[in-house]
Design a protein around this ligand. Structure first.
Ligand SMILES: Cc1cc2nc3c(=O)[nH]c(=O)nc-3n(C[C@H](O)[C@H](O)[C@H](O)COP(=O)(O)OP(=O)(O)OC[C@H]3O[C@@H](n4cnc5c(N)ncnc54)[C@H](O)[C@@H]3O)c2cc1C
Length: 156
């Protein structure tokens, strides 16, 4: 039990790294794949998708880094680790699924790196404690903190 926050944070770190790598591959592909007379990145909708994914990964990276610092200071709480695990793996899944879409049929083929990254991303939301259970863990902490606060106020 004591090692669960560390395990969950390690899954979050891997999720962010995987999402960033997929994004790097997607940007490279969008800049070189020619369809309908131009490269994919000439299309505004493709740039918007890339911009959205870039933002999601950057925000997740910040939270995950903060949790790593907390772990190094022996300060990482179980709810923080659960939040990092569930959110990072959801971001990873969303990014991988959109990147596979961007790669088209090639992205689905086993020889494409994206296909293997996409398949491996799927289990991240299950192991280390399923994401539904992670959300409940965070929710219990939120509820209990509020109850403690209310009972302290009631004693004043
Ligand atoms: C590839 C792989 C490697 C693994 N490696 C390890 C390992 O090294 N060590 C180890 O101990 N375990 C390992 N596991 C087990 C893993 O941690 C569990 O699969 C995971 O915790 C989910 O438990 P479960 O499979 O029993 O699903 P269940 O607990 O049966 O859950 C089934 C579904 O019900 C949902 N659910 C369950 N409880 C709730 C709830 N309270 N509220 C809402 N929804 C709920 C779940 O989210 C899930 O969608 C591994 C699993 C896989 C797939």
């Amino acid at each position: 039990m004591a090692n669960l926050p560390r395990e969950r944070l390690s899954i979050a770190v891997q999720a962010v790294a995987s999402a960033q790598q997929a994004l790097n591959l997607a940007v490279g592909y969008a800049n070189q794949r020619v369809a309908f007379g131009g490269v994919l990145s000439d299309l505004q909708s493709v740039r918007m998708t890339l911009g959205e994914m870039h933002t999601e990964v950057a925000v997740m990276q910040q939270f995950t880094d903060r949790c790593v610092e907390a772990l190094n200071d022996n300060d990482l709480t179980a709810p923080e680790a659960a939040a990092a695990k569930y959110k990072a793996t959801e971001v990873q899944w969303d990014v991988l699924d959109q990147v596979l879409q961007l790669f088209g049929g090639y992205g689905y083929m086993e020889e494409s790196p994206i296909a293997r990254m996409w398949r491996d991303a799927r289990v991240q939301r299950i192991y280390g404690g399923s994401n539904e259970v992670m959300k409940d863990l965070v929710g219990r902490d939120v509820v209990m903190s509020n109850r403690d606060k209310q009972s302290r106020l009631a004693r004043l």
